[in-house]
Write a protein that binds this ligand. Structure first.
Ligand code: ZN
Length: 220
């Protein structure tokens, strides 16, 4: 069965927690039943395979937060269930069918999260009702397969993942890039991920909320 990552542009998003890592949740040590990728709020999340949305949690504010669940059976009768957790918003309803690559949610940090600002997606996968490491099930014919294992970032690099910024009077993109990355020349990276809300990098307006992207492979 063809399974893809639940987002595009893989190289931008660092893995922040692998399958099987142990962490503290509500006073107990638990094993991480999925893979987390840090990403800016409102990153489009895609159906990792074609199937049926069998459950949505649109309001949950604990645990996985707002979550969308998809299931499918392959032609050998194996059952696959995926969940995308911590979404800001879910765009599909329970009972609907989705095709691989359809936008089904936007990323957020609802529910339980850790780290610098918490914006990430949690991708969980069950095969025949048992949680497995999604990285072992991704489609090997995916043309982006060389991107499936982004560089694991250390804590210092993760500081480059900063989330949102609300423009204040007198701000310039150059100044904002300098504030976040220490180098104004990265204004172009901020512009690139906000082209839906900024048409011209020299014209920005107070109270606009910008996405501040992770910069990988740029020595930050
Ligand atoms: Zn997670």
């Amino acid at each position: 069965m063809k399974i893809n990552l639940p987002f595009g542009n893989c190289k931008m998003y660092p893995i922040t927690q692998l399958f099987g890592e142990r962490f503290l949740y509500r006073g107990s040590i638990v094993s991480h039943k999925g893979v987390d990728w840090a990403m800016p709020k409102f990153t489009p999340l895609l159906a990792p395979f074609s199937g049926e949305v069998y459950r949505v949690e649109k309001q949950r504010d604990w645990g996985y937060g707002r979550t969308v669940y998809i299931r499918a059976k392959d032609d050998r009768g194996q059952r696959y269930e995926a969940l995308l957790a911590h979404c800001e918003e879910i765009l599909v309803e329970a009972g609907s069918s989705v095709k691989i690559g359809n936008v089904i949610a936007h990323s957020g940090r609802t529910g339980f999260w850790r780290g610098r600002n918490g914006y990430h997606v949690h991708f969980g996968l069950k095969v025949n009702n048992i949680y497995v490491d999604p990285l072992n099930y991704l489609d090997i014919n995916n043309p982006n397969q060389e991107q499936l294992f982004p560089e694991k970032m250390d804590e210092a690099k993760l500081k480059a993942f900063l989330g949102d910024y609300k423009i204040k009077k007198g701000d310039t993109l150059w100044g904002i890039a300098k504030k976040f990355y220490g180098n104004g020349a990265h204004y172009i990276d901020i512009f690139n991920v906000n082209q839906d809300i900024i048409k011209n990098p020299n014209k920005i307006y107070p109270d606009t909320i910008l996405r501040i992207p992770v910069l990988i492979n740029k020595g930050i």
